[in-house]
Design a protein around this ligand. Structure first.
Ligand SMILES: Cc1cc2nc3c(=O)[nH]c(=O)nc-3n(C[C@H](O)[C@H](O)[C@H](O)COP(=O)(O)OP(=O)(O)OC[C@H]3O[C@@H](n4cnc5c(N)ncnc54)[C@H](O)[C@@H]3O)c2cc1C
Length: 459
């Protein structure tokens, strides 16, 4: 089939997840002609199997804990049980409303939405069910899938986040394989729902990508919540029989459970899609892209989880917008990967941006750090949460890392990312007034202290 005007676009985007649809929306806004190809549901992993449904589960988990803990605040409540059909109806309702809204948004723009499985058949062409979409530019945005380990088959009671999101029962005992973001979030949900939880992590600490102090605090909090975890230990196998699984570790230990959740990371969806044939350079399946999200093949861009780096929805949005603006000739500023905020929504919440203490030492040499303990924060006392805000600055220079743990800390990351991205000095932030009593105030107090004028803190 030859390319006709109807099949020729300024931008052809393969994959309608966070990266792909953000690119489509921005490109259309800028007056570019756009085709967006999606084989599943518009919105991708984040909306249907990631950010949104997991955060709905975490909110239901918080409600369960609030019901349990009412008497701490003098309110007589009793926690009866979790009704998974009710939880799923609530979660699915949230997803459905957002899905509808997103579909309407894409429809309202002049975007050619093509439903179907596409593949790159030439460096400027995506083919979907025999239709050839030719793009002056092509954006690869095919996302990621839940990985497993060699020989570990995902079946029945051995599942990934995908199946765990649609569970219709609360398991009594769960083993979570992997203490990264997805692992600790699910561990937190299961515990609040009433399961006995054990996390298995091969690395020396939970959430190993975070500052070491954050991992230590999370481990303390999880111990308090009676979430078991074993670090520095490798999984060696699992056997399933009926409704139970028996998980073996290289240490020789065996753990019996009703369910094994495999949360060992996400791999790129790039195999068999014609990328290599078109000459696109890959590294272990990930698409290599430069700071302009451009691959080694002219006119082919890549965004989101298929590009090495943080696998986060808002990174995908930012890259998608960046590519659209770059193609439109707006010369947008390149994205600083370190300036992308990171939130882990377990209880307690973790939020960070910039360099960890160890990374900052390696990069900048001389640094200063300050830990503001939430014990001195009024709102934290009201909520009954513990944790801290840790700042990392270049010696006598700007703040290059903000690391926070405690209730509602995810909501504080907005200011933290401004501080990092605007290269603020502690004294710049210290002069800004933070509302009292809020969790946000802890961020202000930490900067006051680092600027040499602590208020509710010892120097
Ligand atoms: C359990 C879980 C929780 C998460 N929580 C968060 C969170 O709280 N915050 C956060 O920022 N991130 C979170 N993430 C990560 C986030 O979901 C991803 O970073 C984000 O979805 C990546 O966007 P993407 O566009 O690269 O890929 P995806 O969202 O995976 O989208 C890719 C799309 O491409 C489509 N596609 C693939 N191949 C083809 C093809 N051949 N033809 C047509 N279409 C194709 C797929 O169907 C899919 O819709 C979570 C992920 C998981 C799994």
């Amino acid at each position: 089939m030859s390319a006709t005007a109807a099949n020729t676009f300024d931008v052809v985007i393969l994959g309608g997840g966070s990266g792909g649809y953000a690119c489509a929306l921005r490109a259309a806004e800028l007056g570019l002609s756009v085709a967006l190809v999606e084989k599943g549901k518009l919105g991708g992993t984040c909306l249907h199997m990631g950010c949104i449904p997991t955060k709905a589960l975490l909110h239901a988990a918080e409600v369960a804990d609030t019901a349990r803990d009412g008497m701490t605040f003098g309110v007589k409540t009793t926690f009866e049980s979790v009704d998974m059909s009710g939880v799923n109806a609530y979660k699915d309702g949230v997803v459905a409303r957002l899905y509808k809204g997103l579909q309407g948004l894409v429809k309202s723009k002049s975007i050619e939405y093509v439903q179907g499985e596409g593949a790159l058949v030439a460096k400027n062409t995506v083919e979907v069910a025999g239709r050839r979409l030719v793009g002056r530019n092509v954006v690869l945005a095919t996302g990621s899938y839940a990985k497993s380990l060699p020989g570990l088959e995902i079946t029945g009671r051995i599942m990934t986040s995908e199946q765990a999101l649609v569970l219709d029962f609360v398991p009594s005992r769960v083993v979570v394989l992997g203490g990264g973001v997805i692992g600790v979030e699910f561990a937190s949900v299961f515990k609040s729902f009433g399961s006995e939880v054990t996390i298995i992590e091969a690395l020396p600490r939970l959430v190993a990508a975070e500052d070491e102090a954050i991992s230590k605090q999370l481990e303390r909090s999880f111990r308090k919540r009676k979430i078991s975890f074993k670090t520095n230990v490798k999984f060696s196998g699992v056997t399933a029989s009926g409704d139970t699984v028996s998980v073996s570790l290289e240490s020789g230990e065996t753990i019996e459970a009703d369910l094994l959740l495999v949360a060992v990371g996400r791999g790129p969806v790039t195999a068999g899609l014609g990328y290599e044939e078109a000459g696109v350079a890959l590294d272990r399946g990930f698409v290599l892209a430069d700071e302009h999200c451009q691959t080694n093949v002219e006119g082919i861009y890549a965004v989101g989880d298929i590009v090495p780096g943080l696998q986060l929805a808002h990174r995908g949005f930012a890259q998608g917008i960046f590519v659209a603006e770059h193609i439109a000739g707006l010369n947008p500023p390149v994205i600083d990967e370190m300036g992308i905020p990171r939130v882990t929504y377990c209880d307690p919440e973790i939020a960070s941006v910039g360099y960890t203490e160890a990374q900052a030492k390696a990069k900048f040499g001389q640094i200063q750090t300050y830990d503001y303990n939430l014990g001195g924060n009024g709102k934290s006392q009201i909520l009954g949460t513990t944790g801290f805000v840790k700042l990392v600055r270049q010696k006598d220079g700007p703040v290059v890392g903000v690391h926070m743990i405690g209730a509602r800390m995810g909501e504080q990351v907005g200011e933290a990312q401004l501080i990092y991205n605007w290269e603020a000095l502690p004294s710049d932030v210290a002069q800004l007034i933070h509302a009292h009593p809020t969790q946000n105030e802890a961020l202000g107090e930490a900067h006051l202290a680092l600027a040499g004028k602590p208020l509710h803190a010892h120097a």
